[in-house]
Design a protein around this ligand. Structure first.
Ligand code: ATP
Ligand code: MG
Length: 250
């Protein structure tokens, strides 16, 4: 079985509006989208077109008003609120523009938070977190507070926190827009190295054309709908690499 062909998320005619009557805003006007496992999918489009709303609906942070949504073969609409919270804790990892780290906790403690929520004891959780931070190039900074870290280092901590519980779906909203070009590139490189695996999917909402090269798929959104889906440079590279390797297999 080839995990890369499995579907992580299916949206069919998903709608979401805010407010009522004259002040109603239709943020999602019928979104159709499939996100594949083993890929980094980017969601791009102008400000206000509905990217964060769509990501929030997929991640179960917002309820849609209509349409069908399947996430990791489950239908969140059929779950109770409590089941949805459990599902999210177990299966999702989040990375935001503002790193949202807890200021009184060290880097390792911040990374450990999802494990603590899953019932790990503190010592084991911090040990696992310290190991992951080392993989993310932060072996010497595990005991630092967020205020003692650079923006790129804080985003790597946030990446660690999103990955530590090995979620199957990782959603990132503008993960590089608070970073300079070089640091943003490095964070995307880590994200695609560490997070893009078979049986796992990564969705990145971005304005940042400098990181488009990391996409396997780019979904263009406008006015509450997906307008076009195109393969990204990362998929082209995968195909090129496979092509280059092919003559050796005879
Ligand atoms: N909680 C809310 N209440 C009312 N309107 C909202 C709310 N959240 C989003 N909207 C509206 O829904 C539309 C889509 O917003 P959304 O945040 O999804 O856009 P976006 O594509 O993420 O934009 P940006 O690139 O600026 O982050 C916008 O018109 C926005 O004003
Ligand atoms: Mg947004």
């Amino acid at each position: 079985m080839n995990n890369a062909n499995e579907t992580a998320v299916v949206c069919r005619d998903v709608t979401k509006w805010f407010g009522q009557g004259a002040s109603r805003v239709d943020a999602l006007r019928g979104v159709d989208l499939e996100i594949r496992m083993g890929e980094l999918s980017m969601l791009v489009g102008p400000s206000g077109c509905g990217k964060t709303t769509l990501l929030s609906v997929i991640a179960g942070l917002l309820d849609s008003n209509g349409g069908e949504l399947e996430v990791l073969d489950e239908k969140p609409a059929r779950m109770t609120k409590q089941e949805r919270i459990q599902f999210r804790r177990r299966n999702l990892g989040f990375v935001f523009q503002q790193f949202n780290l807890l200021p009184a906790l060290t880097a390792a403690e911040n990374v450990a938070v999802p494990l603590l929520a899953a019932g790990f004891n503190r010592i084991d959780a911090v040990r696992e977190a310290t190991k992951l931070l080392a993989e993310l190039g932060m072996e010497n900074r595990a005991a630092a507070l967020p205020s003692e870290l650079s923006g790129g280092q804080q985003q790597r901590v946030a990446l660690g926190r999103a990955l530590i519980h090995q979620p199957r779906l990782i959603v990132c909203d503008e993960p590089t827009s608070a970073l300079d070009a070089k640091t943003g590139h490095a964070v995307m490189e880590l994200l695609s190295e560490v997070a893009v695996r078979p049986g796992r999917a990564v969705i990145v909402v971005t304005h940042d054309s400098r990181v488009f090269e990391f996409a396997d798929t780019i979904a263009h959104m406008d006015d509450g709908r997906i307008q076009e889906i195109e393969p990204g440079a990362a998929r082209a590279r995968q195909i090129a690499n496979f092509g280059a390797a092919a003559p050796a297999i005879q």
